[in-house]
Structures are given as C-alpha cells and as structure tokens.
Design a protein around this ligand. Structure first.
Ligand code: ASP
Length: 361
C-alpha cells in the first residue's frame, strides 16, 4: 500500500499520472462522479485549514464517496491524551483513506506505522505539504503547458513555508527548472533543502534579497505568507512580516506570460490590486486543488487495491540509536515514538520524521 507523506514518495511517473488524471477530471468531470462510491475519506485535521480540508471534502463528494473526521482535535479523544498511533488504528476501522494535517512534524509519517489504509499528509508543521504540491503542479501544467524548462521564484517565508519545501522537492524531478529564492536572511530556505535537495538533485538555484531585480526572469512567481504560527519569537515575526509585497508596480516588471501562484491564505504579501491581473492564478490554483485531490484519492485507492499489504514507510536500514532530534516540534520529541535517523551521502545524520540535522549523543 502506498501513502503520500512527502513528495519524494512519488516517482516522476506517478506524479505525471496524477496530474494527467487531474486534467482528465477537469475535462470530463461527470465520468468520475461514481469513482469512489461506497468509500470513506477520514479528514483528521489537528491544525486550522480552509482550502485543504474543504477541497478534500468536496473532492471525495464529487467522486461519490463519503467523508468523516474532525477539524478541531479538542473535540476528540486527543484531548484525553490519545496518541496519533491509537487514533490512526481506530480510524483505520472506519474509513478507506486518511488525510491528516498536524502541527507536529512527522505525525503523518508516524501514522503509517500502524495504518491499514492509505495516509495522505495534508501538511505537517513546517515540514511538508505534498497535496499542495500536486495542486501547484497541476496549476503550472494548466497555466504554462509544461512542467519542465521554466524559472520559478519563491518569495517570502522559505524557512517555515512547507509548501515551498515540497514543491522544490517535486520540481527536482523535472528537467531544467531554475529556482530563484527571494527571502530575507531570517526566512531563508533550510539548509537540508539547499544541500540535500537542491544540490543533490542538481537544481540550478540562486538567492536574492529583492524582487525587482529578478521579476523579468520569472515564468512563475510563488508568493508565500510569513508563517506567524511557527515563530518562537514574536519580535522576530514583527521584524520580517512585511518583507515582500507584490503590487502592480512590481507586476509591470514581469513577463506578460508570468503566472503568480500563492498557496493561500494571503495576508498582505499580494495587494488586492493584483487580483484582476490575468497573470494572477492563485484563485484558479484553489480549484485545481480539488481536481488533483480527486485524482490522488482515486490513485491511492487503486494502488491500495493492487497491493493491500501494509507498509511502514521507513527504510529498513534506519539508524535507531546514537542520535537525537533537536526539533522541539518533531513527533519524536512529542510522543513516545522510536527516534529514527538516516545518514546522507555526506555523512550527515537526519531525523527521519522531520529531516532536521540530528544531534549526536
Ligand atoms: N495553506 C498553506 C499551508 O497550509 C499555506 C499557508 O498556510 O500559508 O501551508
């Protein structure tokens, strides 16, 4: 059985298959209205969400399936101290597929340890958000007509922005995608992303501290919100919160064919005056999220039917001792789970749940 916890769980072929199915659903919606008849999706949302939860819900409804779940874990046994593992075992008895969002990094991965149904990571802390990535890819495909040979600028909070991390990972599978990182020093892309993803997969990237100098180069501009809820220090948030704002003046420096994406919600990093610009694709992107989640649910259920055996998604050669994870928001420091690590090609050890650089004991 396949789960989707990280974009790297999907091969390029599998991503292309899901995106192509998403496009087919756009073209022939009525053909899919009974594709999940009799199936149940459980949406387990431990953290606020508008688009992701409702697009999963409407995706399953459009497929003819049903949805159970919660959007506020305080109303569930979690408030009595139930672990992710126990909740997942329970839900596996009721549903056919799970979409889980959690503020703790690695929580959905830990759920795959015991789940007997496919688990989809709907966002874990600052770590990953693979279904937003599929949304972004379908949008780029529909807007640009291709998923290779383009330049994308990521602007804003590249440190805590999980959608950025996941999209860069997925783009590393495609040819000749150039990445421009536009962020203040405090919000720059985490080291593991630069060295383990960009360098390792040969992504051509550069870092700049202003938008104006690069606007004319971009085919896609991916704006992000400064992730207030992830800051440990409020003063630091106040200092960086308005670092980059997209307005009409900056749009006038961009190509006529450039596309502006944003995973939303926006706060004030894109002025409303940009919304009517035909290059502003962020509301079209929202609808693509529903189509691609329909495609993902269909595919994961199909793959689970072909191979129903349960897979705990951790490599058998994972390191089990000698290290600890320094990330306070990692599941290995929050619940009673076995800490697990892996060594990268440069001999640096990383936590398997959140990918932080591990501390040697
Ligand atoms: N909706 C996206 C996420 O859940 C982006 C954001 O919240 O800024 O990560």
């Amino acid at each position: 059985m396949k789960h989707l916890i990280d974009p790297f769980d999907l091969s390029k072929e599998e991503i292309d298959e899901i995106v192509a199915l998403g496009e087919d659903i756009v073209a022939h919606r009525d053909r899919y209205s009974g594709a999940c008849k009799g199936k149940k999706l459980a949406t387990l949302f431990y953290e606020p969400s508008t688009r992701t939860r409702l697009s999963f819900t409407s995706a399953m409804m459009e497929l003819g399936g049903n949805v159970i779940g919660f959007s506020d874990a305080r109303n569930t046994s979690v408030s009595k101290g139930e672990t992710i593992e126990d909740t997942t075992r329970v839900i596996s008895c009721f549903a056919d597929i799970i979409a889980m969002r959690h503020p703790i990094e690695g929580a959905p991965l830990n759920a795959t340890r015991v789940s007997t149904i496919p688990v989809i990571n709907a966002g874990d802390g600052s770590h990953a958000h693979p279904t937003q990535t599929l949304t972004d890819l379908l949008t780029i495909k529909r807007e640009l007509g291709r998923l290779d040979n383009f330049t994308i600028g990521f602007c804003g909070d590249l440190k805590f922005g999980r959608t950025v991390h996941s999209l860069i990972k997925a783009l590393s599978r495609y040819e000749n995608v150039k990445v421009v990182l536009i962020a203040p020093e405090e919000l720059e892309l985490p080291a593991y992303m630069k060295y383990e993803v960009c360098d390792r997969y040969g992504i051509d990237y550069k870092e700049v501290d202003n938008m104006e100098s690069v606007m004319g180069e971009l085919d896609v501009l991916y704006m992000t919100r400064v992730q207030k809820e992830r800051f440990l220090d409020e003063a630091e948030f106040e200092r960086v919160k308005d670092s980059f704002v997209l307005d009409k003046a900056k749009m006038s420096l961009a190509k006529d064919s450039m596309v502006v994406l944003h995973p939303l919600p926006r706060v004030n990093e894109i002025l409303k005056e940009v919304d009517d610009d035909p290059r502003a694709a962020y509301f079209r992107q929202v609808e693509n999220g529903k189509f691609v989640r329909m495609a993902l649910i269909v595919k994961l259920l199909e793959w689970a039917k072909q191979d129903p055996s349960v897979h705990w998604m951790v490599p058998s050669d994972a390191i089990r001792s000698g290290y600890s994870c320094p990330n306070r928001k990692c599941i290995s420091n929050v619940e009673n789970v076995d800490p697990l690590f892996r060594m990268d090609d440069d001999g640096v050890c990383h936590c398997i749940y959140c990918e932080s650089k591990a501390r040697s004991l």
